[in-house]
Design a protein around this ligand. Structure first.
Ligand code: ZN
Length: 702
């Protein structure tokens, strides 16, 4: 590992941030360097700090520490990711023998320099107690490879030498902060402190020295490990197992099944669904077929901090039965066994402490499927990705420890303390999740105004949204516009052709591999053609029917096996048309194909109720787009409609507005709101039609 420190980059960063104290800017700069390397810290792991002098509003100079905010990610941290704390009262806490978590938190919060700054890291007091200007802390993989072995302490001493002090594992918070300053005072020459099964702290008066001490320690650990392993293969392949002939298909099927089996009622009474992240690079798929993988899944985390993202153990799946029913059965059994073991662990640990176990769900977060790779679950897409990243690093680190002689994780009681620690759970955020969090929505025809508006509303309601269209360029424009408004993590785009069942099926497999499956389906793709029956060309008629009727059929048909495998119900909201009840002349292809799709949707409501899938229809009247995202349908037919009515574009919009009872212009977001309403299962409704037309008596459903 090379030091990424560049004097010129540091200067440039400091110059760009002239409004903040120079030492803080330097702190942010090297923090980002640490964050850039996944073998040092992952997603919110690790923390850094700097101590400096500031002048208060009354002109007094005092000592302030800037420490990383809780949960901030070092790789993307900016000055706002740090929180300033008044040093003086906090340093004094050292004289106490003990300090409750609640009081420690209270002390940290009441001594923030800016009331609205984020909460400081749970390791903040440790940074306060150490006297150095700069303190850097990581959970470096190679340090954990060494500490998580039988002779962990000896190995670390051997690898890092006498300049590094070593502490046994102590839970983060006040006790660790005290232990660290005490061990430092006993070893005032120490340049770093390793905490077994946790990580490493380096420190110095100079920003570069503190950072480079970290790199140096990690390099020495790496070199020591390499010397011990000496090119030995890290794993041996089992010859009785083989990779899947169709890994892509198997991955899609497994994702759908596993998220179904693990979905469960949440605290708000709603079904909590997981998102799925798959990692199946060839080397990971190979490791999943190794002799070592069973032990890797069954042994505990590298450091208790990881357990809040991955839980302590992973589930190993040796074979995937070909048929869905057997796969479901065996998955349910494995998950049941995992849950029972987890509940027993919580019960035992809670009993020892004389407390009630905190209500964390007992579901696994990481699965290793032989021949497939790694499958991680999370309540948010981000959480699934974080679990997958940590699990990947864990596999690698455990393999290296095993090759050196044996992997020995920390005892469960420490994992429990961290996993069920109030302050740690806070890091994950405990606000009520948005109404559609956990769900995946797929919208066809999303490159146009209507599909775009629906995507926007579903994203606002917390869903992961897959926009799709046959027009790649327009779809990308829609995606990038949505990504300006919402977290890009929750937006996926897939190009497919609704007129081909094969294309739709392949797209659904792709979506399942990317996010887990499908819960909300919005068949929205549609085209129009203006011609009287006398003039309607049969090819044009076929084209309209292929998209509007057959497209809706394909979109629904391909989703049925997905809904069946998940077994968690779902919602189909079909974008029908006001035309179905109130057609107009010279619009036969459109109206008839939409009416056919509408009827098909009613049949779907009848047939899919047994799966808990609701099917409802929306009948909007003319929805126009704006300059950025125009309506494809109106791009096609608008000119002819205007010509036949002798109107300009604004006149046409006004014409449609005036023809409704409420005299309201219909917007894409109105349709989106209705999709969110049906998709959030707020009423037990299926087979219904909701007009979104400002009130057109001729189009009242009947
Ligand atoms: Zn830590």
């Amino acid at each position: 590992m090379k030091s990424l420190f560049e004097e010129n980059d540091l200067k440039a960063y400091v110059r760009q941030h002239a409004e903040i104290p120079q030492p803080l800017a330097a702190r942010v700069y090297t923090s980002k360097l640490i964050g850039r390397d996944g073998t040092l810290v992952l997603h919110g792991g690790g923390n850094t700090s700097v101590k400096l002098k500031m002048t208060s509003v009354v002109g007094e100079e005092h000592d302030v520490i800037y420490v990383k905010g809780s949960g901030s990610d070092l790789s993307i941290i900016e000055p706002e990711g740090f929180v300033g704390l008044d040093m003086e009262p906090l340093v004094k806490l050292r004289i106490l023998d003990s300090l409750s978590d609640e009081e420690m938190e209270n002390q940290l919060l009441t001594h923030k320099m800016i009331a609205s700054a984020s909460d400081p890291s749970v390791e903040a007091l440790l940074h306060v107690f150490l006297p150095h200007t700069y303190v850097d802390h990581t959970h470096a993989d190679s340090i954990l490879v060494l500490t998580n072995q039988k002779r962990g302490e000896d190995l670390i001493r051997e690898a890092l030498g006498p300049g590094v002090a070593v502490l046994p594992y102590i839970m983060s918070g006040f006790p660790l902060a005290k232990a660290v300053i005490e061990v430092f005072e006993q070893n005032p020459q120490a340049e770093a402190i390793v905490i077994l099964n946790h990580g490493i702290f380096t420190f110095a008066e100079d920003v570069r020295v503190s950072y480079e001490r970290m790199i140096d320690c990690v390099n020495r650990a790496e070199a020591f490990i390499e010397k011990k392993i000496q090119g030995k293969p890290l794993w041996t392949r089992r010859d009785d197992l083989s990779p899947f002939s169709d890994r892509r298909k198997s991955a899609a099927r497994f994702s759908q099944m596993v998220r179904g089996v693990c979905a469960h009622p949440g605290p708000e009474g709603r079904l909590r669904r997981f998102y799925v992240t798959i990692r199946n690079r060839p080397d990971l798929a190979e490791v999943s077929l190794s002799k070592e993988i069973r032990e890797i899944c069954g042994s505990g985390v590298l450091t208790p901090d990881h357990a809040i993202r991955t839980k302590n153990r992973a589930v190993y799946i040796e074979t995937l039965p070909e048929n869905d029913e057997s796969l479901g059965q065996s998955l349910r059994e494995l998950v049941e066994t995992y849950k029972t073991a987890y509940e027993r662990y919580v019960e035992e640990q809670a009993k020892v402490r004389g407390i009630g176990g905190r209500e964390l769900d007992p579901y696994p977060r990481v699965f290793i499927v032989a021949g497939l790779g790694l499958v991680a679950l999370g309540f948010t897409r981000k959480a699934a990705g974080v679990a997958a990243d940590i699990a990947e690093h864990t596999i690698e680190a455990k393999l290296r420890a095993m090759a050196m002689g044996g992997y020995l994780p920390i005892v469960e009681s420490h994992v429990f303390d961290m996993e069920h620690w109030n302050l740690q759970q806070k890091k994950l955020g405990r606000t009520t999740p948005p109404i559609l969090e956990g769900q995946v929505a797929v919208i066809t025809g999303s490159a146009g105004a209507l599909g775009f508006g629906i995507a926007d509303r579903l994203l606002a309601a917390g869903a992961v949204v897959v926009i799709s269209d046959i027009d790649e360029i327009r779809l990308e424009r829609a995606r990038s516009t949505l990504a300006e408004r919402y977290d890009g993590d929750r937006i996926e785009s897939v190009v497919f052709d609704v007129t081909s069942l094969q294309s739709v099926e392949a797209a659904y497999d792709d979506i399942s591999r990317r996010v887990g499956g499908i819960d909300i389906l919005v068949p929205n793709a549609g085209i129009a053609h203006v011609a009287t029956i006398e003039d309607l060309d049969t090819d044009a008629f076929d084209r309209v029917v292929a998209v509007n009727l057959k497209g809706t059929f394909n979109t629904i048909k391909a989703a049925v096996p997905v809904f069946r495998r998940q077994g968690t119900g779902g919602s189909i909201v079909v974008v029908s048309s006001k035309n179905v009840f109130d057609p107009g002349p010279a619009f036969g292809a459109y109206s008839a194909s939409k009416a056919g799709a509408h009827q098909m949707s009613k049949i779907a409501a009848l047939e899919l109720a047994e799966l808990g899938v609701r099917v409802n229809m929306l009948n909007p009247d003319a929805v126009f787009g704006d300059e950025k995202i125009s309506s494809k349908l109106w791009d096609l037919v608008g000119a002819e409609r205007m010509k036949s009515r002798g109107l300009d574009p604004e006149g046409l919009r006004e014409y449609y507005r005036q023809r409704s009872l409420l005299k309201i212009r219909i917007l894409a977001e109105h349709v989106g709101n209705a999709v969110v309403f049906f998709a959030s299962d707020q009423t037990p409704t299926t087979g219904a039609t909701l007009p979104i037309d400002g009130g057109i008596p001729a189009a009242f459903p009947r």
